[in-house]
Design a protein around this ligand. Sequence first.
Ligand code: 5GP
Length: 143
Amino acid sequence: MINLTDAYDEQNIFAKILRGELPSHKLYEDDATLAFMDIMPQVAGHTLVIPKQPAVTFLDLTAEAAASVMATAKLLAPAIIKAVEAPGFMMAQLNSSYAGQTVPHYHMHILPRHEGLELKFHARDPEDMDVLAALAEKIRAEL
Ligand code: 5GP
């Protein structure tokens, strides 16, 4: 369970990705944020933007870190929707298990949306690594 009162767990998956202990299909990085492909995408192009600040939920983020996440999302979203030719997109983020959060490091989801294409289940089916690598390359080319 992830509760709004939880202390930050340095061993969570995204902390390990930030430290380079686990791989990711990286799209963009700056001093305050990292953006990478979701490994169990709900749609092609599903991207996560995370702050480098160790924060579990939105409540734990400094205003500066929150602004940095939004700035990176603003940079990434046009590249993502261009790469997958999406006419729309969603941005979403979940705070606590009660809201469906599964990884206890704050993150913003960017989800391309297409007419008639439903989202797949949240955090369920891992995508082929080659497919993710090819998509990441396509998105990076649009940055
Ligand atoms: P949440 O449920 O916390 O809002 O979203 C967590 C997201 O992280 C899910 O969409 C899930 O597919 C994704 N995810 C879980 N583990 C990993 C991982 O090891 N690598 C990457 N890139 N994404 C992950």
